[in-house]
Design a protein around this ligand. Structure first.
Ligand code: HBI
Ligand code: FE
Length: 296
């Protein structure tokens, strides 16, 4: 590890400690390279961990048919990941053949710059460790189940895969333009908690929902205190989000192409404009906005 890396690694860990009240990050960062990549060491997973993965997988699969989008279900099935924590190397080869993306193993959360660099180069960082049994229902930091089960299947879709790369490039630009808070909201409300409108009704494509025990049902239930509105990019960039509860707003797209097209333009004008505007709270409904999941 060179000096630059050591310094930026220390900076990163200090920033995390500050943001999380001194709590340390979960992963082992000591073996990470300059891009925060580690080896998965698949042989080191215990039988208990594989059994936990199967329980998580089965719980989600009992909930997802008819709720997750077809693109997710179809890719997940093709991946054969039901029997235990997958070997990234094998999945990565499969993914590369489909969309030119690869999977890289990481110790956990990584610095934004590094994260965006991976995405911009069609590499998806997947955390190596699995949650403990106590965290079966709820986990704060992303683990291998969230990262792999939630995110990787969507990368088999060519349009979505291109969108994530575009997002990574946009992230690198946003860091220079002071637009990181805004751009992170787009990731949150699409990649993590996005819904898509289909002829059969609303379906889930966001990894934060797809890997969650409770939100899969909640987000598609009419009459909750959450709203479901069509994604409008500038509106989304200006909307705060909740990290410790179900979402109060779900942004709905009509197609992944719409997501790609909305992310393709230069965001500089958005960032410039939003600098002097206060962000909207997570439960805002503007006068012109239509609730897309009305109570019966
Ligand atoms: N690191 N491993 C990992 N996974 C993420 O989703 C992630 C990250 N670092 C930064 C980051 N996300 C965010 O800044 C994005 O949500 C924008
Ligand atoms: Fe995620």
């Amino acid at each position: 590890m060179n000096t630059t890396t050591t310094v930026s690694n220390a900076d990163f860990l200090a920033t995390v400690a500050e943001k999380s009240d001194g709590a340390a990050l979960r992963g082992d960062y000591s073996k990470a390279d300059a891009h925060y990549v580690v080896s998965q060491d698949w042989a080191a997973y215990t039988e208990e961990e594989h059994a936990m993965w199967r329980r998580l997988y089965q719980r989600q699969m009992a909930l997802l048919p008819g709720r997750a989008c077809d693109e997710f279900i179809d890719a997940l099935q093709a991946m054969n990941a039901a029997d235990g924590i997958p070997e990234f190397e094998k999945a990565s080869q499969q993914l590369f053949a489909a969309t030119g993306w690869t999977i890289v193993a990481v110790p956990g959360l990584i610095p934004e710059l590094t994260f965006f660099e991976h995405l911009a180069n069609r590499r998806f960082p997947v955390t190596v460790w699995l949650r403990t049994p106590e965290e079966f229902n709820y986990i704060v930091e992303p683990d291998v189940f969230h990262d792999f089960f939630g995110h990787v299947p969507m990368l088999f879709n060519p349009v979505f895969a291109d969108f994530i790369q575009l997002y990574g490039k946009g992230g690198l630009k946003a860091m220079q333009l002071g637009g990181l808070d805004q751009l992170a909201r787009l990731y949150w409300y699409t990649v993590e908690f996005g819904l898509i409108n289909t002829p059969q009704g609303l379906r889930i494509y966001g990894a934060g929902i797809l890997s969650s025990g409770g939100e899969v049902e909640y987000c598609l239930t009419p009459g909750t205190s959450s709203r479901h509105i069509h994604l409008e990019i500038e509106r989304c960039l200006n909307t705060l989000y909740k990290i410790d509860s179900y979402q109060e707003t779900y942004f709905v797209i009509d197609s992944f192409q719409e997501l790609f097209d909305g992310t393709a333009p230069d965001f500089t004008p958005y960032y410039d404009k939003l600098k002097s505007v206060s962000p909207l709270s997570a439960n805002t409904l503007l006068p012109h906005e239509v609730e897309l999941l009305p109570a019966q």
